[in-house]
Every structure is written in C-alpha cells, then in structure tokens.
Design a protein around this ligand. Structure first.
Ligand SMILES: [Zn+2]
Ligand SMILES: [Zn+2]
Length: 458
C-alpha cells in the first residue's frame, strides 16, 4: 500500500480493513442476518474530496445541515463546507457554543432542542467532530428521519459507526437506538493532531471490549440472550496489533492512531450488526456513566468517556479475575446486590429508581437460573474462566499509551469512587460482572479495587 512521508495515504489507495460495508449477509457464527448500514469509510489525507459525492449517494437534494463546535469547525468544518460548495451544496452550518468557558457542548435533550431551534429540517445531517457531535447528529437525524454522515476529528470513542446514542435526558444517561452514519471520513492528520487525552480516551473505549464481550457472553449463558462471536471477533486483529504497541499512540504515530480509529469503527459496526451495544459496553461503561451522572447533577465537570471507561475496564477485569479464579467458593449464588439508595442518587433518585428496580428483578432471575441446575453455572465457569483478561496487562497498556489508569487521572477521590462501585449497577438493567460479583458473594471490595487504581503498578 502506498503511504506518504507522514504515514497517511491517498484516497485511491486507502482500504478499510472490513469488506462487508453496506452489505447484508447470513452470519455463520450466529445464523442470523446482519446488516451493515455503514457504506463507506475513507481515512485518507484527501478524503474530503469525496464528500459531495458521498452525500449525493445518500440523498438527492443538495441541501444539508452541518453540526460542529467552535474547535471542530476550524479543524474540518470550514473545509468540509468548501468541498460541499464546490459540489453545488447549500450547507446550513450550526456551530454549537461552549456552555461555559473552558467547557464543551454536551449531548442532552436541551442541546438537541437548541439545535432544532436554529435550523429547519434538512434532508441530510453531517457531523463534523467526535463523540458529542456525532451523537447529536445521529439523534437529530433520527428525529428528522433522515440519513447522516460524519467527518471525524478524533479517535476518541467507539460510537461513530454504532446505532446507539447515549444522551443525558432529565439528568440520566440513557440509551436511544438510532441509525449509524452512511459514511465516515477522517483525515489521518486530524486524528493524530487530536488532543492527547482524546486519543487515549479512544484506547480506553476500545479496550473495554476485552471485558464487555465477556459480559455479553455471560448474558447469553445465564439468560439465553442473543450472542454472536463474529460481532466480537471483528476487532480482534486490530486489538492484537494495537495492544502490542500502545506507546505508538502516545507518540501519535499516524499509522497507530488511524488503526485505533479503524478499530473503533469496527467496534461500532459490531454493535450495529448485533443490534445492541452489548459487544462493547458492559459493567465498565456503567461506572463511567455513573461518574458522568453524578458530576452533571453536582454541576462538576467530568473526564472524557473513554478515559473513565479505561479505568472501569481495569475494575471489571479485576472482578472477573476474582469471581472466576481457582478456589472461589461459588458457583452457589449466595450474595445480593446492594439496595437502591435514594440518598446516594439525590436529585436523580426518582429517575434512576425504575432502572434499579429492573436490575433487582434481573438479579433475581439470574439467581433463579444459576440455581436451577449445576449445568449452567458450570458452563459459565468453563466458558469465561479462560477468556478472563489479566488486569495487570490492561493497566499496563493504558499506562504505556498515556491513557488514564488511576483515580487521580480521572479526578475522582477514593470515597466517591467507592460509592460508584456500590451503585453503578443500578442505572441499567443489563447484567454485568459487577452484578455477578455481588451475587456470588465475592462482592466489590473497595480496598482491592483501590489498590489497582493507584499510580504504581500492583
Ligand atoms: Zn452473527
Ligand atoms: Zn463507550
């Protein structure tokens, strides 16, 4: 493959490492039909040239809305509009202001309402940016029932190609199912020039799959929920290569940053094909979402999603290690999940309560299914024990990549984090290793977790 001096490559020679874009096929792993809505990916230096053509392949009308913030407008928004102008497009540009000095836009119901107040419905939405802008564009496109595309600026999260939107609605992190973009364009130099914490955040979101995929498998075994090994294994080759050299991300090596971005797209494609975020979002995500919700309720800033998820991934790996280690007394479920605490949730209590109630019922079902015979417990143990990931290795990769791996890194004190460990499971029905740790009597021991989240390696 032809590469240029800076490690980027021309559009004509770029090849995305997945041949199923824009296809529907019967999956040999799960027997179901999978549809990949994402039709086109171009991570080459001249990818913006293809923007008018890509929009034309999505809609007939030559009018669209571009969503950007003040930073992403400068990085790529202005040039995207110029490219669209050249293709005869009328672009309505909506630039989201920062909600406070030093802050950045958030994806919530108020911001969506603000955008809809700025512009009339258009036949196409284009996101210029990363996590928040991509989610807002996906949400707006869902609301308008129109397609959307992305010009990405940072490899910071795995939601680009997924159907999921993770907005905050009335203070609670919720999950809305939309429809992923039809194309994703990203210039390698923009990705590599993204702020270092955003690149590191992307790795944190990417590495989550090493535990979230186990949570998904666990739900399959315990509740007979749908599971597809192909959707999980899609990112394996990228994972092996990236995790072998995490320091290349710290050095902003263009090829490594692009590979991370491609891995994040593949993780999103996996979620989209599976029809659930489960392949890439488990207990580690509940920890991050809880940190976000508590910070928003208190009017405090919180760290980037992927940085918190990376820390949550260490926690989940430790719990898997404890629950499935040799000599753990279960498989007799002998514990309970902690009781819902209105005091902890404060102003969010009534919003969280229905989810906590669903989780309580799910935990009861888990106990019933795990105790109705020995076979299921043994299957769970036999299947997941060899798939556990070494928490030490996960922490080392995050550290070597310059990503967050301690509580200090994400600006959370021990006391606050211990409370998160007690209550994170309450925000979603989805059953995770956190719930299993409680139910098996292993519990979530703050002293053990805290020891893993110090700066020195354990
Ligand atoms: Zn499948
Ligand atoms: Zn995530």
């Amino acid at each position: 493959m032809l590469t240029r001096d800076d490690g980027s490559m021309a559009s004509s020679t770029y090849h995305f490492p997945f041949d199923g874009l824009g296809t529907s096929f019967r999956c040999s792993a799960c027997g179901e039909y999978h549809t990949v809505h994402l039709r086109y990916v171009d991570c080459s230096s001249d990818c913006l040239q293809s923007l008018p053509r890509q929009v034309a392949l999505c809609v007939r009308d030559r009018e669209l809305v571009l969503l950007a913030d003040t930073r992403t407008y400068d990085i790529v928004g202005r040039e995207a509009i110029r490219a669209l102008d050249g293709g005869g497009y009328k672009t309505h540009c909506v630039i989201l202001p920062d909600p406070s000095p030093g802050g950045s836009p958030v994806c919530d119901d108020q911001t969506l309402a603000w955008i809809k107040g700025q512009v009339l419905k258009c036949p196409f939405v284009l996101a210029a940016g990363s996590g928040v802008l991509n989610d807002l564009a996906k949400w707006l496109a869902l609301d308008w029932n129109v397609p959307y595309g992305v010009v990405a600026t940072a490899p910071s999260m795995n939601g680009y190609a997924s159907d999921n939107i993770a907005p905050t609605v009335k203070g609670v992190k919720t999950l809305i199912t939309g429809r992923g973009p039809l194309f994703v364009l990203a210039r390698p130099k923009d990705l590599a020039n993204a702020p270092a914490p955003m690149i590191a955040a992307g790795l944190g979101d990417f590495i989550a799959k090493s535990v979230s995929a186990l949570d998904w498998r666990m739900n399959h075994i315990v509740f007979n929920e749908f599971y597809c090994a192909y959707c999980v294994e899609l990112i394996q080759h990228v994972e092996d290569r990236l995790l072998a050299h995490p320091e290349m991300l710290k050095q902003r090596e263009v090829s490594a940053v692009r590979m991370l971005f491609e891995g994040l797209l593949l993780a999103g494609i996996g979620m989209s094909m599976a029809g659930t975020s489960a392949p890439a979002s488990g207990g580690e995500h509940l920890i991050s979402h809880t940190l976000d919700m508590k910070a928003l309720a208190d009017g405090r800033p919180h760290d980037l999603h992927g940085r918190q998820v990376g820390v949550g991934t260490i926690v989940a790996a430790v719990l898997y290690d404890q629950v499935f280690s040799e000599g753990t007394p279960w498989p007799d479920p002998c514990g309970t999940i902690p009781a819902f605490s209105p005091i902890y949730w404060g102003t969010l209590a009534e919003a969280v309560r229905p989810y906590a109630e669903k989780k309580r019922r799910k935990a009861e079902r888990a106990v019933a299914r795990l105790t109705e015979g020995r076979e299921r417990r043994q299957n769970l143990r036999d299947t997941l024990t060899p798939l556990r990931r070494d928490p030490y290795a996960i922490k080392a990769v995050l550290k070597d990549a310059g990503a967050a791996h301690t509580l200090d890194d994400i600006g959370v004190d021990h006391e606050a984090f211990n409370a998160v460990l007690l209550h994170a499971h309450e925000i979603r029905e989805r059953f995770t290793i956190i719930d299993l740790a409680w139910l098996t009597g292993v519990g979530v021991n703050p002293a053990v977790i805290n020891a893993w989240l110090r700066s020195e390696m354990p």
